[in-house]
Design a protein around this ligand. Structure first.
Ligand code: BGC
Length: 463
């Protein structure tokens, strides 16, 4: 019955859309995106802030949904060669992944050569398979010693991250040309410091804004460092374009909540990289100001993570039962479809996100886009419709250079653990670690294959 209802809704969702002919440039990058901690877990990254966070809180309650622990997650650390073969089956030509700082520098100032060799091997294997590596230097996880010294809360701590990045650049500058400094500083600071769902679990909006500001400062320094070592390398920052909207246009609580979240999560980033002004002023919540006129020129590209434009709705029942953590909910309008995450499917938002970020006047990579869909019944239409919107932007002349589906295989989905959100093109049985291609991944495989044959035809025509 559920499938029938969903089929009807998806048919309505597709009405009015004729399947567009997709167009992507000849040198477009097609990839999947992952992060080390999510793929290798606390056993792969035992010295990470996340490994410390996963242990129960002081009252003995688990911080991860359903009491999950990441353990070795999908055991990617030990199976990276097999996973590269899985990528090849998809037909991708790029892979975005993170080099986890906590693995490279488990103790302050002491660097692990074994881990370095591991990444050397992984990058070599990728390149041998014809897959371009894109490396993220910070994807939510960092060493617990850095967390203990208050991480990016303190501006003076930026030097530690700089030192790690310089170490990585010195070893990989010849192997890697595409770098992302930070994954989603907006969500990192909001989730860890404003709502406290991620480490270090603080709830202080002013601190969240301070962390965001310090991360932007760090980004600029790291950008300059890499460019002085290898000017032709390309380095950017990854921003989650998450613009929350109010469900109604009259409920002041919804209007204010949507505005506050958008300000700290999206507007501040845009303003800073457009003008060099960081101004995160929110009455009674935060007031952080800083200027750096070099910000607009500290990017070779912008990484856009786009999933949805969530609608913020008030949950009156939670209010009546004084369940304040549940008062605001993310929902969808009637006739729309949700993913298994609190995200509505909103493909047009992809085009809107590209158009908006293009105002920063840098090339764009879609560094993440994907759907949590355990039943795999919405994934094909999701991939088709979101990519139609990328293609529409490309056709209109927006400089989009690649698309990375999140994610290669089901993984440890941070505070949601293993059982709620299944983003993988490959389904993972976490007991046996067996990977199975989801039927819904076929849409992605076909789109890449069509693009390849079109590119080949064009090359032949040109001869
Ligand atoms: C993060 C990923 C996460 C994904 C799905 C993104 O914002 O970068 O680490 O798994 O969202 O929740």
């Amino acid at each position: 019955m559920r499938r029938l209802i969903l089929f009807l809704i998806l048919s309505i969702f597709s009405l009015g859309f004729t399947e567009e002919k997709l167009y992507f440039p000849k040198d477009f990058l097609w990839g999947t995106a992952t992060s080390e901690y999510q793929n290798s877990g606390e056993e792969g990254c035992p010295n990470s802030n996340w490994a410390a966070w996963e242990k129960c809180d002081s009252h003995g309650s688990s911080r991860i949904a359903k009491g999950d622990r990441s353990k070795n997650a999908c055991a990617h650390w030990e199976n990276f060669k097999e996973d590269i073969a899985l990528m090849q089956k998809l037909g991708v030509n790029a892979y975005r992944f993170s080099i986890d700082w906590s693995v490279i520098e488990p103790k302050e100032g002491s660097f692990c050569m074994e881990a370095l060799l591991h990444y050397k091997e992984e990058i070599k294997a990728l390149k041998k398979a014809g897959i371009t590596p894109m490396v993220t230097l910070h994807h939510y996880s960092h060493p617990s010693w850095f967390e203990e010294m208050k991480g990016f809360e303190n501006e003076e701590n930026i030097v530690f991250f700089e030192r790690f990045c310089n170490f990585i650049f010195s070893h990989f500058k010849d192997d890697v040309d595409l770098w992302c400094t930070f994954n989603e500083p907006n969500l990192y600071s909001f989730t860890g410091y404003a709502i406290g769902r991620h480490p270090p679990g603080k709830q202080d909006w002013n601190l969240a804004a301070t962390v965001l500001k310090n991360i932007f400062k760090a980004h600029i320094r790291i950008y300059k460092n890499l460019k002085s070592i290898k000017p032709e390398a390309k380095i950017g920052i990854v921003h989650n374009v998450l613009k929350t909207k109010s469900y109604t246009n009259w409920n002041p609580v919804e209007l204010i909540a949507a505005k506050y979240v958008s300000k700290i999560v999206h507007d501040t980033f845009m303003e800073f990289f457009k003008t060099g002004i960081f101004n995160c002023y929110l009455p009674l919540a935060s007031n952080v100001y800083y200027e750096d006129k070099e910000a607009p020129n500290s990017l070779d590209f912008v990484g856009v993570n786009y999933y949805s434009s969530p609608l913020v709705k008030m949950n009156y029942l939670a209010l009546l039962t004084f369940n304040f953590t549940e008062v605001m909910q993310s929902t969808c309008f009637q006739g729309e479809v949700m993913s298994d995450a609190p995200f509505r499917l909103y493909p047009e938002g992809m085009y809107e996100a590209i158009k908006e970020v293009a105002a920063l006047k840098h090339p764009i990579f879609i560094t993440e886009n994907g759907i949590a869909d355990a039943k795999d019944d919405r994934r094909p239409i999701f991939i088709q419709r979101y990519l139609e919107n990328v293609s529409k932007a490309v056709k209109e002349g927006f400089d989009v250079r690649g698309y990375f589906y999140w994610t290669l295989m089901d993984n440890f989905e941070w505070a949601d653990g293993f059982n709620i959100e299944k983003y993988g093109l490959y389904e993972v049985d976490f007991k046996t670690k067996k990977r199975t291609l989801r039927p819904g991944a076929k849409t992605y495989i076909d789109i890449i294959a069509n693009w390849k044959s079109q590119s080949l035809n064009k090359t032949a025509d040109a001869r």
